[in-house]
Design a protein around this ligand. Sequence first.
Ligand code: NAD
Length: 413
Amino acid sequence: MAAEWAGLDAKTRAALDGSGGLSPEQADHMIENVVGLHALPLGVAVNFVVNGREVLVPMAIEEPSVVAGASFMAKLARAGGGFVAHTTEPQMIGQMQILDVADPASARLALLEKKAHILDLANQIDPVIVKFGGGARDLEVRVMAQSPIGPFLVAHLIYDTRDAMGANAVNTACETLAPTIEQITGGRVHLRILSNLADRRLARARCVIPVSALEFGRDDPASRLYGGETVRDRIIEAYAFAAVDPYRAATHNKGIMNGVDAVVIATGNDWRAIEAGAHSYAARSGTYTSLSQWGKDAEGNLVGSLEMPMAVGIVGGATKVHPTAQAALKLMGVTNARELAEIIVSVGLAQNLAALRALATEGIQRGHMTLHARQVAIAAGAVGEQIEAVAGKLVAEKKVRVDRAEEILKGSA
Ligand code: NAD
């Protein structure tokens, strides 16, 4: 149904439904010592409206509840007009560590005096990126006055990577510039590598949820009923916990990353880079805190926002060679990396709301365990119709454990 909706061709559908996708031969060209493939479930989150556009969101993830949670929260956000998202220019930071400089302060100024020349050199390295409107934008230089090895300089090359994640482009630029930097400073360029704290490449999303959409439990006789205003206030209280406590913020942000990573992986992007960027950004004040904010507006609606680095691409790396990643991009109908980042940050916000809403009402386990019980049943050896039957019994007994599932299967209870 999702494939029909997005008007996908047969090859693209095959890449999504598991009958096509990455071949062992293709995988063999991607990494070393390949022995096979490792599959993940691919789900499609529904109900998403991002900047007024309907979008189906592919999510590759092994954890139950995430795709359902994102879809349901997108439905609530839809009642308030969907997600409004935007991104900054796709600027990455390339770092060069400059050692053995006699006078760091004057070496810094010497580099800044030659900025135009250095940027010009950087722009000769990747004519393709420059052709697409990207390239070197700025050079910043800092003196690290105190370090375990004494003072040294750090130069940041600010580089617009357009539709590429950009690690290779930026690393190549830094390596190529190094001899020139050494000449200008009289020092020795040691590390030349991009920073994953991509705080020049931010994605932001916000949503407004009408209180009427927040009522909880009316359709479920087993649940307590929570009014919309109560749910809103409890969500804001839950957010406040993450805002001030790193122990809570870590789990709060993990919930955001449940949504973010699933789309990042589905599109063949580097989820370690996104994780590193997210958590370093969350700690940028010196104290690790929540990446999102929740509050209420003048009309009493719940309002949420999320801002985080989002270094994702739609060209280069695995995004280009992995057939499922290509199909995932087609399903979403994205035409540039910024659009992809805007969808991903919206999914992160939706996922955050799903966790907060569950935690702020009946707790996370009831809904989660129902889905988890299926995995436990499968782990115990259930097949076909047995899976739902065993899972249902585990939940009813509140004993979602493999040993109990095995007993049920053996018919011993
Ligand atoms: P890449 O080098 O494969 O592709 C990018 C290139 O595509 C550009 O340099 C450009 O020449 C070309 N291109 C074509 N159309 C373009 C367009 N519209 N916009 C921009 N460029 C266009 O990939 P990359 O994005 O530079 O690097 C990503 C890879 O680097 C990922 O696989 C990542 O895992 C890996 N990596 C990451 C790190 C890190 O995060 N610290 C370090 C090293 C490598």
